[in-house]
Design a protein around this ligand. Structure first.
Ligand code: C2E
Ligand code: CA
Ligand code: CA
Length: 254
């Protein structure tokens, strides 16, 4: 079974054989309930079974191989974006996850730009999600990357905001475009007053300093109601869609 897979031994061949698939989870506008973006999420199809990210990403992060996988994902996303643009679809940003392991790469921004430009995709269609959950802050490296992407008109979002050691400094100091609020901020019940107040003020703080906001892990109609009440009009979660294989996702494009 998947859990027994020796990730590091199989990785190089799996990458070469394109066993890694790009799934797309829709981001939905809460103004008109239409598709307003998507997040690319990796799935590993090994033989007949699927291996989910939590079973291989941590090991790839430790070995550093995650960097190759992230560029493989970005490359595949750009190829699809070019294809969809050529077909005349009405498009939006697609976000790609980037592990923090990349921050050690001096040429990271150039490599990202080159990958996007290789496919002749306008930069405005790409968003890079970076988590804020790790403690090895490396603030100088992070600043260089976020500012570099900003200068190239490539959007960046603070992923999993609220899950780790959220630092206001991180948000105040760097030119992020989007605050992606983790599902842990969604109240568990109507009486969860403390959580509701925090969610409300985080959304309004982010928006007041010019960041777009999205909440992920939206699973219920109550969540949707709560976000609209608090002026957050972008959502991602099982209430709308699970991450979809590309053939399914393409059916949603206008
Ligand atoms: P993430 O970036 O926070 O991605 C969101 C995760 O939440 C996805 O899990 C998604 O399937 C799941 N999710 C979406 N909607 C809901 C919901 O309504 N409720 C709940 N409970 N979960 C929901 P997934 O695809 O298993 O990915 C897990 C993590 O693996 C991602 O978390 C991300 O950190 C990492 N990951 C996935 N693909 C990549 C990749 O290409 N590169 C890197 N570096 N990391 C990746
Ligand atoms: Ca993400
Ligand atoms: Ca996330």
């Amino acid at each position: 079974m998947a859990a027994d897979v020796d990730v590091l031994a199989l990785f190089a061949d799996a990458l070469k054989n394109e066993e890694f698939l790009v799934y797309y989870q829709p981001k939905v506008s809460l103004r008109n309930y239409r598709l307003a973006g998507a997040e690319a999420l990796v799935r590993w199809k090994h033989g007949d079974s699927f291996i989910f990210p939590d079973q291989f990403i941590p090991q790839l992060e430790q070995s550093g191989d995650i960097c190759e996988l992230d560029f493989y994902m970005l490359d595949h996303v750009c190829a699809s974006l070019r294809h969809w643009l050529d077909q005349g679809h009405h498009l939006f940003k697609v976000s790609v996850n980037l592990s923090r392991a990349h921050l050690r790469d001096e040429n990271l921004v150039d490599r990202i730009v080159q990958t996007i430009d290789n496919h002749n995709v306008p930069h405005e269609y790409i968003e890079i999600e970076l988590t804020e959950t790790t403690t090895d802050v490396g603030f100088a490296e992070l600043r260089k990357v976020i500012s570099g992407l900003h200068a190239q008109m490539i959007s960046t979002s603070v992923d999993d905001f609220g899950m780790g050691y959220s630092s206001m400094n991180l948000i105040r100091e760097l030119p992020w475009d989007v605050l992606k609020i983790d599902k842990c901020f969604l109240p568990k019940s109507e009486n969860d007053h403390r959580q509701y107040v925090m969610l409300k003020h985080i959304i309004s703080l982010a928006q007041d300093i010019g960041l777009d906001t999205i909440v992920e892990g939206v699973e219920t109609i109550e969540h949707v109601k709560m976000l609209k009440e608090n002026n957050c009009f972008l959502a991602q979660g099982y209430f709308f869609d699970k991450p979809l294989p590309i053939e399914e996702f393409e059916k949603r494009l206008d």
